[in-house]
Design a protein around this ligand. Structure first.
Ligand code: PLP
Length: 393
């Protein structure tokens, strides 16, 4: 077997080594991690539904009725009534004709893009798109072009060079490591001008943005018909697990025929689908959770600005602090841990080189005092002294 030790050591020396921490108990602002009680600012459970009593109760009840495993792929006999009803509810929620459940968001992205384009076609992606979208573009066999972040003129020029084949523009709705929102209205216009499809991965927008939680499309007020393919995940704001794609009748039927990550995999447990139905109802009903998130975002940004911390332009619950150097980001993360605060350092290749960051995320269930604790800890750690790189702002 090839020598694996040397690249591992190199990785460690570069501050790029990845290791898991062991968590106890349910997801929430306070967690026991590696045996210590910490305040956590790194989950994607934005609305605080992962441990909501009604969601948990729905899961248990469905487990009694359906058992645990689905036992087979959707196209064999794993597609239960509860999966089907959830798909109808997700279609209604997103204002689309149909929705299709996938086991994970990663698989949804691989499945959709590979089913829609292939050799001779073009996929145009924002450079900061989620890794699953980039992988999907590569796997599809189409020509993958990555345009600079939010750069519509650049995208437009690239589209103009592609005369042959299908064109698919793909963007995160909310950029997962930056928290900023894609210029959807402009993307919709460019897609129409160039007769391209527009796909939005709204993993971090759905449930969080828009008055009724319909995500970055609702936030931007874009006519939803401009976005032919909407992908959403269920493991973030909805607090459960899995993902879905929503769109036209023809899109969904195409995916059922051709998306390999849909066809060749076991359907998610029915109890997950039932828990998601409850989470979806709560997410729509409890607009106070979205309002609370806005309050917490404001509180954090005001406090961080007063400390002169390297905030980025983000109005979402994703509030990164740009550090720059990967090793330094790790050191700061460890120093925060000493203060009882869990924030993960995000390093290359998850983010571009030289843009390592602390990815702080807020949840509606955080208290004001917890956000103040975070700010106090950041002040103590003195980010400035650790040499925050101004050039990356
Ligand atoms: C988390 C995420 C995914 C992957 O979803 P999973 O269900 O976790 O596999 C895809 N796209 C974006 C933008 C994400 O943040």
């Amino acid at each position: 077997m090839k020598e694996l030790r040397i690249p591992l050591e190199r990785r460690r020396a570069a501050g790029l080594y990845r290791a898991r921490r062991i968590a106890e108990g349910p997801q929430g602002p306070e967690r026991i991690i590696d045996g210590r009680r910490l305040i956590s600012f790194c989950s994607n459970d934005y609305l605080g539904l992962a441990n909501h009593p009604n969601v948990v109760a729905a899961f248990k009840k469905a487990a009694d009725k359906y058992g645990v495993g689905s036992g087979a792929a959707h196209l064999i006999n794993g597609h239960t009534r509860v999966h089907h009803v959830l798909e109808e509810e997700l279609a209604a929620f997103t204002g689309r004709a149909r929705a299709l459940l996938f086991s994970t968001g990663y698989m949804a992205n691989l499945g959709v893009i590979s089913a829609l384009v292939s050799r001779g076609d073009s996929v145009l992606e924002d450079r900061l798109n989620h890794a699953s979208l980039i992988d999907a573009g590569l796997l599809s066999g189409a020509r993958l072009m990555r345009y600079p972040h939010r750069d519509i003129p650049n995208l437009s020029r690239r589209l103009a060079t592609r005369e042959q084949g299908e064109k698919l523009i793909v963007t995160d709705g909310v950029f997962s490591m930056d928290g900023d929102i894609a210029p959807l209205a402009e993307l919709g216009k460019v897609a129409m001008q160039h007769d391209a499809w527009l796909m939005v991965d709204d993993a971090h927008g759905l449930g969080v943005l828009g008055a009724s939680g319909r995500g970055s499309l609702e936030h931007c007020g874009i006519d939803i018909s401009r976005v032919s393919i909407l992908m959403g995940t269920l493991g973030k704001a909805f607090g459960t697990f899995g993902a879905f794609v929503a769109g036209s009748e023809e899109l969904i039927e195409t995916l059922i025929q051709a998306a390999r990550t849909y066809i060749y995999t076991t359907a998610p447990p029915p109890a997950i689908a039932e828990a998601t139905r409850t989470a979806l109802r709560i997410a729509q009903r409890d607009s106070w959770r979205r309002e609370r998130l806005c309050e917490l975002v404001n509180r954090f940004r005001t406090g961080a600005a007063a400390l002169d911390l390297p905030l980025v332009k983000s109005e979402t619950p994703i509030q990164p602090l740009l550090i720059g150097d990967a090793a330094r980001a790790t050191i700061i993360g460890d120093a925060l841990l000493e203060q009882g605060i869990l924030v993960t350092a995000i390093r290359p290749p998850t983010v571009p080189k030289g843009t390592a960051r602390l990815r702080i995320t807020l949840s509606a269930t955080h208290t004001d005092a917890q956000v103040d604790n975070l700010l106090d800890a950041l002040a103590t750690v003195r980010l400035q002294r650790l040499g925050v790189n101004d050039a990356t702002r």
